[in-house]
Write a protein that binds this ligand. Structure first.
Ligand code: SF4
Length: 385
């Protein structure tokens, strides 16, 4: 029977400063490997992840235990890939986490590897990202980790952080998404089950393994990046499910801003002040016509024009596609041009609506769907359409 502590003293993932190995052990304590040894311990770890309700923090919000069970049940031994490629320009949470708490991420990598019987682990980070140095230093400080871990730098492109793009890059140097099925967790690198988990997911796993599912659920946190028209932009660790307004208050408040972009470039606009009340959960944001995505909030300055801002983001997203599927090659440039027309108060609404209806669900990855979601939310919030 696995036992967990009754109380927890550490508040969450971030201590507010970079923790070297001694500081990490003093703040978080060691991983209680004795709870998870052998096959019974592995099963207990998977059960704890399921009971905690841990979901992916890279945008999709998929249940982590379900993905782990698929990887663990494959005919071949699994590989763990820690996804630290923060392709979303409005998000800084993964970089901040890897810089300040690299050992918590590495603990999570080891726990995930144990849970799925992986024989190797790879940490993927964008080329030139300063967190590569923090992770490399942390790896050098550790000794005795049971699974060999290496850092791989990936081209710093928006879609390169998509899980099938990562696996494709690791296999043959091509950082473009591939068609699914099979998903990487079913058949990934070298035909092996490849568990790709966001680095915050892994750090949360490391915390959950220490304190158990009940305390984890009671004190679950999330990392949110706040930027735009706020006086205190930055990465905030907040209780999971905090409202948009409560998070914005931590960053100085949104003042007279008319809207906030939730979830980054592939996210959605929420009108303010009504949007302040919405909890930052997948379910609540979805009911409000938005999506949590990478948990980023960008406050639109009061003087800015939402249609013009959206046109700029759509043009960026069109330029960042991997140019291998019709919806991206033709659809995204077309809706970016339509938005530029709308922003210039030229008629484009009816053809734009037609286009938005035919693009979703037709790409090899969710990139075009994210752009359509953003465009549709901009029409609702800024054009009343
Ligand atoms: S949908 Fe777009 S970004 Fe995704 S694989 Fe196809 S071309 Fe690339």
């Amino acid at each position: 029977m696995t036992t967990f502590p009754d109380t927890v003293t550490q508040p969450g993932l971030l201590a507010g400063r970079r923790l070297t190995l001694p500081g990490h052990l003093a703040y978080h304590g060691p991983v209680p490997w004795q709870r998870y040894s052998g096959n019974p311990g592995r099963a207990a770890l998977l059960d704890a992840v399921e009971a905690a309700g841990l979901t992916g923090r890279g945008g999709a919000g998929f249940p982590t235990a379900r993905k782990m069970r698929v990887a663990a049940g494959g005919a071949k031994r699994a590989i763990v890939v820690a996804n630290g490629c923060e392709g979303e320009r409005m998000s800084q949470k993964d970089r901040t986490l890897m810089r300040l708490a690299p050992h918590l991420v590495l603990d999570g990598v080891m726990l995930a590897a144990h849970a799925v019987r992986a024989t190797e682990a790879i940490i993927c980070v964008h080329r030139g990202d300063p967190s590569v140095a923090a992770l490399a230093q942390a790896l050098g400080e550790r000794g005795g980790d049971p699974v060999a871990t290496r850092i791989v730098e990936v081209p710093a492109r928006y879609v390169a952080s998509e899980e099938s793009a990562l696996v494709n890059f690791l296999a043959n140097g091509d950082a473009r998404p591939t068609a699914k099925p099979p998903r990487p967790v079913e058949r990934g690198l070298n035909g092996r089950p490849t568990l790709v988990d966001n680095v915050e997911t892994l750090a949360q796993l490391a915390r959950l393994a220490r304190i158990g599912p009940e305390l984890f659920r009671a004190g679950e946190s999330m990392l949110v990046t706040v930027s735009g028209a706020v006086s205190g932009p930055g990465v905030y660790e907040v209780p999971a499910g905090s409202s948009v307004g409560a998070v914005l208050e931590l960053a100085g408040g949104a003042g007279a801003a008319q809207a906030v972009l939730v979830g980054g470039y592939g996210g959605s606009w929420l009108a303010l002040p009504a949007g302040n009340r919405v909890p930052m959960t997948h379910r609540a944001l979805s009911a409000a016509g938005a999506s949590l995505g990478v948990a980023a909030l960008w406050v639109l300055p009061a003087s800015a024009d939402g249609l013009t801002e959206t046109a700029g983001i759509l043009a960026y997203l069109a330029g960042e596609s991997a140019n291998q599927c019709g919806p991206c090659m033709f659809g995204l440039p077309a809706i970016a041009a339509d938005f530029a027309d709308l922003a210039a108060r030229r008629p484009a609404l009816s053809r734009l609506r037609r286009r938005l209806g035919v693009i979703p669900g037709r790409g090899a990855c969710g990139h075009p769907d994210g752009a359509v979601r953003l465009a549709a939310s901009a029409l609702r919030v800024f054009a009343g359409a």
